[in-house]
Write a protein that binds this ligand. Structure first.
Ligand SMILES: C[S@@+](CC[C@H](N)C(=O)[O-])C[C@H]1O[C@@H](n2cnc3c(N)ncnc32)[C@H](O)[C@@H]1O
Length: 238
């Protein structure tokens, strides 16, 4: 999802745009790499209470449930996204709760979750630090935050900036993150940063994605520079 190719305005981007992206050649490869990184940083979720903020159509919430989480909650302010997530969850009957809400003001009790994740959400949130503080608030002591974000230092971000200058409203609203931004937000929320990694090092072409995807796990260990997607893992200390 992080690297969705979207040309519509924010108001027009609904769940179908994300489905189209995932079924495209470039989207399918990219989604797998991003989800692999998020799941690696999340660690085992078996028996754990998991929250995903900005859950969209719920793809990651369903994966957390498949991996054995005891409680999964997805939260998003867009009714169309929540409706799609609910419809998809009903089909497989997973025990996932979805609710309407913004990351900056989560309608959830403090110290309730073992893991709180946000993937490609913060770029659309104005009060980013408040959003991360809220994620930290609802975590149990020792719980983990995993945030995946669109990176500022990649060819994908450069082409999105050009599209924004050319009038694309969706990308005009987005604010891309650096590794330093993610680190500052996590430490500002009182979290201990454990890992910071990148994914999706190829340019925005399916051919390049096919050829270069084996390099991704190697580059991930070396640098976040050039990655279209960066992710942080941080812990709420007891
Ligand atoms: C690019 S989608 C990512 C969806 C999902 N995380 C994924 O990776 O498939 C961004 C999502 O963030 C949601 N969003 C936007 N502003 C938000 C906010 N302030 N709090 C929580 N979610 C928000 C949007 O409604 C949208 O579903």
């Amino acid at each position: 999802m992080a690297t969705t190719r979207i040309t519509k305005t924010a108001g027009e981007v609904g769940p179908d745009a994300y489905t189209d992206w995932r079924t495209s050649a470039l989207g399918a490869i990219t989604e797998v790499l991003e989800q692999e990184l998020i799941l690696e940083l999340s660690g085992s979720v078996s028996g754990k209470a998991v929250l995903e903020v900005g859950c969209g159509d719920g793809a990651l919430t369903r994966e957390f449930w498949r991996q054995g989480a005891s409680l999964v909650v997805g939260c998003d302010p867009d009714r169309r996204m929540i409706a799609k997530a609910v419809a998809r969850a009903t089909a497989g009957r997973p025990a996932i709760s979805y609710l309407l809400g913004r990351t900056e003001h989560l309608p959830l009790r403090a110290r309730s979750f073992d893991l709180a994740s946000a993937v490609t959400v913060l770029c659309f949130v104005e009060e980013k630090s408040q959003a991360v503080r809220e994620m930290a608030r609802v975590l149990k002591p020792g719980g983990r935050v995993v945030i995946g974000a669109l990176s500022r230092w990649s060819t994908w971000a450069a082409s999105r900036r050009i599209r924004a200058w050319l009038g694309n409203e969706f990308w005009r609203q987005a604010r891309f993150a650096t590794a330093r931004d993610l680190r500052a937000m996590a430490t500002g929320a009182g979290l201990r940063v454990d890992r910071l990694c990148g994914a999706v090092y190829y340019p925005h072409f399916a051919l390049a994605a096919r050829a270069m995807k084996p390099l991704d796990p190697i580059l991930r260990r070396i640098t976040t520079f050039g990655a279209a997607f960066i992710a942080i893992q941080a812990t709420k200390q007891a």
